[in-house]
Design a protein. Structure first.
Lengths: 459, 459
């Protein structure tokens, strides 16, 4: 490279290396495997994982065969579980083993759980002793804990050495492990004392001890801490890496910010997909049969609840038989309750998942949501009553739909707070089941109040 | 500190500094302001922001008054917009100015947009020249672009100097700027050439030039790049910091990983909240009146769509009048269509927001979702037909509900893919409006097919 490359050369050299999905699709469609290979070589493993996840099964298969084998170990851990399984199922055992031996232990711990018993044993036996021991250390911790997420690829230094010694020590590394913003400081027994940033080690006085330059209040987490706690610490404390310690504060390893981003993304996916009865690992490009089975269950559950609502309607056959306007209008009451309750439910589930609900603010929140429900209920009931009156010219029906809707919106507000809080205390994930329970409640109360009031006052 | 602290001392010293929300709530409830202050002092600004966001308005006010003024500039940028406004509205102008002058320019650029014209001018005039110029550089870029997110607090080095010179240069910093994993390498004209990690600068041969040790393929983004692109680069390429350049590749600044986490979190919030017609800045602990207004609009939009469905039902008054079972069963057909379509819609919206939909896979995806809808439609229609037959003992109604439900589930699958893709191409955010449009379609097709077929064959 020249000393002073001209801007044009620079532009050439640093063309944005992200290749759009459409370009790869075109090259695939034209059957030009060499062009596809040239595209793929420009991509980072995380981007290759994204492209694979965005492809239909046959395309995914073709792409995988075009990816250089030495990248497979980097790509597999970045894939969603379902996509990864579908790819591993098509790989030779020897290729899986080759990929596995290249993985970081925390990645391998995740991948190995999906393998068949035979294959996972084969992989374990192929690892060198050090790699296997570190893998077993990871796997000793449950999925979803800090211990499972940590890497043992960590640089620790003693508190009593000088910065000059630390720098000499660092120079022995060909390159520092990824995300090494801080060195972990320990005592002779390996007890975690704090951190010192690489920057501070460089800029500090070489004669100073680590003890003098280190950050004493550095955060840490015990290996049995939850994923949720890990993500919160990274997000709220702006961390790059976090020390993982055992119950005696002995340093075990560290967790890096890429894991935290992964947790945040996965939790967000869960919140978005769960409310539609979908698994967070749901693969939009999965084949038809597994998709039918996974989604069918949810339709079945909803079928039960909607039959329950139909049964409630069935109790009022007489009223429906005499006043046909009731059948026309009843979906309005039920639907508005579902929409209003859904708003409160969504906010409450999010607050629960963020840990924002405490015993003190729950009462305030319930009262506030009740007030919102009541005001919106009265407001929109007046509109509905007016439209109904002009449509059917019957004051009785107009008054009854207004009363039923106000009632249902207040019930919806109360349910929107109460249902997720109760489900959460019962240990049931409100993101999955909250919406079904809520719409069952708002449908039943909607139909019951509207048809019930009509039976009482209009028959 | 002693050379070898015993484990018990260490435990004392490093007690987990995160104070649970409930503890602070208790101290607030007992009116013990000193205890609250002692709690708050242990928390990171990001955690204080979280506690403020989790509190009802009066509590939020009390907490804010107990937070030391010197932390206000760190906390305000971490708050959601609505919460921040509610706090700034209660602050003295001079306190706002004091907090503003302590902020990073990219944070200040975000905060200053919410201030009144008077106050923002007051803030601008209070900044020193350097700070104001850097702020204006940020504000020159639109909200949601890389330029707005970048900080100018970046260390750049020339390619032709040696690593020894770089280390001497670094030692002049009291401490390196946060998230300095890489130094940006430029030529004489300030053109971005690549990066060199601080670690490599330390571990490399001091006699080598930066040019020899630098990472040539380092990624960058132009200042007009979108937030979405920034987040994708950080997530897929595992970055800590990313160079921001102008159209001539001149280095302007850098974006750090905390901004990327913030974007990912904000986008996830948007996806979760938008489907319930809520703004991503929605504050669960906002007072009643603003909440009523923000949510009422959504209820109004839904009211129009549900009246449309009611109007469709009204076209079949004759059928409903003669066969009351139709009124009882019709919500089943509409509801199952809404649930099945909602699953496809959720997956499609997520795929669009991730950029996974391309022209080539759209046809495959549509066919697959149609197949899933058809198989699930036929399967559950048989169940519904059987239940209907045992309930009402009328074969005609059982056959008609099965046909209508199959039809509606196929329509739902098609709509679940088509509606968000079309909305997206029209420039309308499918996360906000997709669900309303979809349920309008599934309600209308559900009622129309069931009541229409019944009118044709049973009257």
């Amino acid at each position: 490279m020249k000393q002073d490359p001209s801007p044009s050369q620079t532009t050439e050299q640093f063309t944005d290396p992200i290749v759009p999905l459409d370009t790869i699709s075109e090259h695939l469609a034209s059957g030009d495997n060499e062009a596809v290979k040239a595209d793929l070589v420009l991509l980072h493993p995380g981007e290759l994982a994204f492209i694979l996840e965005s492809s239909a099964p046959e395309i995914r298969q073709r792409l995988w065969s075009l990816i250089p084998a030495e990248l497979e170990g980097d790509i597999l851990p970045s894939l969603h579980e379902k996509v990864r399984s579908s790819i591993i199922n098509t790989m030779e055992d020897s290729a899986v083993v080759a990929a596995a031996t290249m993985m970081e232990t925390n990645d391998l711990a995740e991948v190995i759980e999906d393998l068949s018993d035979n294959l996972s044993e084969f992989v374990l036996n192929s690892l060198d002793d050090d790699h296997r021991l570190r893998l077993e250390a990871n796997m000793a911790y449950a999925d979803g804990t800090a211990g499972r997420l940590m890497t043992t690829d960590v640089i620790s230094v003693r508190a009593d050495v000088t910065l000059a010694v630390v720098l000499r020590y660092l120079r022995r590394y060909p390159s520092l492990p990824k995300y090494t913003d801080n060195l972990m400081v320990t005592n002779e027994q390996g007890i975690f004392l704090g951190t010192i940033s690489v920057g501070d080690a460089v800029t500090g006085n070489p004669e100073d001890t680590v003890e003098k330059a280190m950050h004493l209040l550095a955060d840490w987490i015990t290996a049995d801490g939850s994923e949720q706690q890990v993500a919160e610490k990274f997000e709220r404390r702006d961390l790059i890496s976090l020390a993982v310690v055992d119950d005696d504060k002995k340093l075990l390893g560290r967790i890096t910010v890429d894991e935290a981003i992964n947790i945040i993304r996965t939790q967000a996916d869960h919140s978005i997909l769960a409310s539609a009865g979908l698994n967070k690992e749901e693969d939009l490009f999965a084949p038809v049969i597994p998709s039918v089975l996974r989604r069918g269950l949810w339709l079945g559950i909803n079928l039960v609840t909607v039959f329950l609502a139909a049964w409630v309607i069935g109790r009022f056959e007489e009223a429906l038989d005499k006043i046909v306007a009731l059948a026309v209008l009843m979906p309005i009451v039920a639907s508005m309750g579902g929409i209003a309750g859904g708003q409160t439910l969504t906010l409450t589930i999010r607050a629960i998942s963020l840990g924002q609900i405490s015993s003190t603010n729950l009462r305030w929140l319930t009262n506030k949501e009740l007030a919102v429900g009541l005001v919106n209920g009265i407001g929109w009931s007046i509109v509905v009553a007016l439209v109904t009156y002009f449509w059917f010219q019957q004051l009785g029906i107009a008054l009854i739909i207004a009363a039923a809707m106000t009632l249902n919106l207040v019930a919806a507000a109360l349910s929107g707070v109460a249902i997720p809080v109760i489900l959460d205390r019962l240990g049931i994930d409100p993101a999955i089941s909250g919406a079904v329970v809520l719409t069952t409640v708002t449908d039943i109360i909607g139909f019951l109040s509207f048809l019930g009031l009509a039976t009482l006052f209009l028959l």
